[in-house]
Design a binder for this molecule. Structure first.
Ligand code: F6P
Length: 320
């Protein structure tokens, strides 16, 4: 490859900028021409493509969001859209594309590779729901945001001896809930991967208060349902409990990326460029046990990420 482009797609995540920076600077270092695509696949179809130099990615490593902006694009799900996108890249002489995003973005990259474009996917999502990588870019920061919020909730909940129900993001994946729950000592973690019984949740909470706990935190992954609905079910079973619900929402997608996410993004961005130079295509880049790996995108999108039950049980053991 001689000319490559980079885009960010789907829901943004903290560390996407660090990944863009790594792609641009490594690409230039290895003698490639590097282009940015504004607004994801929508920008590609609009031919919103511009050359990037060393300075164009200055002062962004610490910023949340994505300077390339992001979009969800329906047109790109059609064959015509994919053919048009590939043609726009070919017309500009761009033969490699690095896509930073989640599952849907990976599927787009896979379709473009079927149209003859060399593609690489980088896992950019707070959800940590991509298989063949232990971490996605943004997950660590999102978990820190949740933990920070729970620290604050604890203060006021203990003063009033209340329980706190915190609804977190993650789409169909419970990883944000699990990792934030373990880190914040939550008493209950409700995730889509593990069945639960509201009677048991309520009973456990009663016991906790009876045994001297001054507050109780329930984390609800959005894949399970709404925090408000969990609160209503809880009150039915434990009427003297007066829970408060907090929906953290898009706050989880903002803020400066942690050092972990910046370093992950930097390593993965550079790795994706080197993979393209080595002639690889249609791969998703990830990190497994500290080692960088490239896996066929099709395999990645068709494999559900396993849930870490050991961690889940540990969180419950430690929060008694
Ligand atoms: O995939 C990231 C994510 O933040 C999910 O956790 C959430 O379900 C979704 O995106 C929200 O999407 P939107 O930003 O379009 O509301």
């Amino acid at each position: 490859v001689k000319k490559i482009a980079v885009l960010t797609s789907g829901g943004d995540s903290q560390g996407m900028n660090a990944a863009v920076r790594a792609v641009v600077r490594s690409g230039l270092y290895f003698g490639l021409e590097v282009y940015g695509v504004q607004r994801g696949y929508q920008g590609l179809l609009n031919n919103d493509i511009f050359p990037m130099d060393l300075r164009s990615v200055g002062d962004i490593i610490h910023r949340g969001g994505t300077v390339l902006q992001s979009a969800r694009c329906k047109e790109f799900r059609t064959l015509e859209g994919q053919q048009k996108g590939a043609q726009i890249l070919r017309d500009r002489g761009i033969d490699g594309l690095i896509v930073i995003g989640g599952d849907g973005s990976y599927q787009g990259a896979n379709k473009l590779s079927q149209q003859g474009i060399n593609t690489m996917g980088l896992p950019g999502t707070i959800d940590n729901d991509i298989s063949f990588t232990d971490h996605t870019i943004g997950f660590d920061t999102a978990v820190s945001v949740v933990v920070d919020a729970i620290n604050k909730l604890r203060d006021t909940m203990s003063s009033h001896e209340r329980s706190s129900i915190v609804e977190v993001m993650g789409r169909h994946c419970g990883d944000i809930a699990l990792h934030a729950g373990l880190a914040s000592g939550a008493e209950t973690i409700l995730v889509p991967e593990v069945e639960f019984n509201m009677d048991e949740v309520a009973e456990r909470m009663k016991q906790n208060f009876a045994h001297g706990k001054r507050h109780s935190i329930i984390i609800v992954a959005e894949g399970v349902g709404k925090g408000e609905d969990v609160a209503a079910e809880l009150v039915k079973r434990f009427p003297t409990n007066d829970p408060r619900v907090t929906v953290l929402g898009h706050i989880q997608r903002g803020g400066t990326p942690t050092a972990f996410d910046r370093n992950l993004a930097s390593r993965l961005g550079d790795f994706a460029v080197r993979q393209l130079i080595e002639g690889q295509s249609d791969k998703a880049c990830g990190i497994i046990k500290g080692e960088l790996v490239a896996t066929d995108i099709n395999t990645v999108v068709s494999t559900k990420k396993p849930f870490n039950m050991d961690l889940y049980e540990l969180a419950l053991r430690l929060s008694q």
